[in-house]
Design a binder for this molecule. Structure first.
Ligand code: SF4
Ligand code: SF4
Length: 370
């Protein structure tokens, strides 16, 4: 028989209101970047006849593959590639947030995560319940994002040498990847529109459908989050087994059944901590010091880390790229002729070209020495 526990009420105020403010601010920032980018593209479309509008560097944050490759190049060589430097700093900031606070980027900053959350809330309101998929289907679908991530990792880290990565980043295709992405959404194809509509509808019924099953960024951050020293911990002594934490978890984690939440799906949203009615029973804690990390520290920490790393990019002059307005006008005219420099053949070609260039350099050096 269970002994009756003395309940000390949890009187800490909820952090969800502040999480909503931060998410909204970040979404507005992204909309602002989108509007600025529209004016920049408008300048290109006018063939330079209207006043030049600076390209907003923050748009680089929407080029995850290019940003990841820049980050990889930086780690390997110390070089900050000039094509989309802001993307590299945004990528580094997101990874660092995940290293410190788990997958917190997804629930505190990501605009797609925020929109998914709102669609999920709307779905739960109309259905009046959470739809939980059977385990086998959930695990199968969740593996999709890891397959996508695995494919990306294989294409970049296995198939490409550093020289090939450099050549990709230098390629005109990469330089205009942001403009191509803009037209992908502005002149959206029927197929893409149907896919987006399907994702929208699925997100109403299955919370965070895109984030949970398909987002390779989320997969990467989920893996990085395992290295984070901060985890949600439940005190089984004071826990009254009410199950409110599990009920509040948007990732359907059985928080009430574990002592420590170790899950690639935990986004440190703190919903479970806010839902727990008993003081000092469910908290984010350091696995080393066992000390509680207050909800405010999570909110401030996520924003400060993000601003600090992107601030380093801004203040060291590695934010805006070095492509001039004139170069952009030429790119814009030729853009449709730029092929995507990926795929085995293209990568091999890039490698062959880089080897050829190395041999030519060697021959020139030998001749010069003679
Ligand atoms: S376990 Fe808690 S912090 Fe993690 S996703 Fe669920 S509700 Fe959010
Ligand atoms: S919310 Fe979860 S951790 Fe808190 S008392 Fe209920 S079951 Fe225990």
């Amino acid at each position: 028989m269970k002994t009756k526990k003395k309940i000390i009420r949890n009187r800490e105020s909820s952090i969800q209101k502040y999480r909503f403010y931060i998410q909204t601010a970040f979404l507005l920032l992204c909309i602002w970047i989108g509007v600025d980018f529209y004016f920049f593209v408008h300048y290109l479309q006018s063939n330079g006849s209207v006043e030049y509008f600076n390209r907003p560097p923050g748009v680089d944050g929407f080029l995850p593959i290019s940003s990841m490759m820049s980050f990889y190049l930086f780690l390997k060589t110390g070089i900050i590639h000039p094509a989309h430097p802001a993307g590299m700093f945004i990528f580094a900031a997101i990874v660092l947030v995940s290293l410190v606070f788990g997958k917190a980027f997804c629930s505190w900053l990501c605009p797609i995560g925020f929109i998914s959350e709102m669609i999920g809330d709307f779905g739960e309101k109309i259905m009046r319940r959470k739809l939980i998929l059977p385990k086998w289907l959930d695990y199968t679908l969740r593996s999709l994002k890891y397959l996508l991530l695995g494919f990306l990792f294989y294409a970049v880290f296995v198939m490409m040498s550093i020289a090939a990565v450099k050549m990709f980043l230098n390629s005109p295709y990469n330089q205009v990847a942001d403009i191509k992405m803009y037209f992908f959404f502005v002149d959206i194809s029927k197929t893409a529109l149907i896919i987006l509509a399907v994702l929208f509808v699925l997100s109403i019924f299955i919370r965070n459908f895109w984030c949970r099953f398909l987002c390779p960024y989320g997969a990467l951050l989920g893996l990085v989050s395992f290295l984070s020293p901060h985890k949600i911990k439940r005190n089984p002594v004071s826990c009254i087994d009410c199950g409110l934490c599990a009920k509040a978890c948007p990732s359907a984690i059985k928080v009430d059944k574990v002592i420590t939440v170790v899950s690639d799906e935990c986004s440190t949203c703190m919903n479970c901590v806010d839902a727990c009615p008993v003081a000092d029973t469910l908290d984010l804690k350091s696995i080393y010091t066992k000390k509680k990390i207050s909800k405010k520290i999570v909110a401030i920490g996520v924003v400060v880390i993000f601003m600090l790393i992107t601030g380093i990019g801004i203040f060291t002059g590695h934010w805006q790229n070095d492509i001039t307005a004139q170069q952009y006008l030429i790119h814009y005219k030729l853009m449709d002729t730029y092929g995507h420099p990926t795929g085995t053949t293209a990568i091999n070609k890039l490698d062959q070209e880089s080897k050829k260039k190395k041999n030519m350099d060697k021959q020139t050096n030998t001749k010069a020495q003679k």
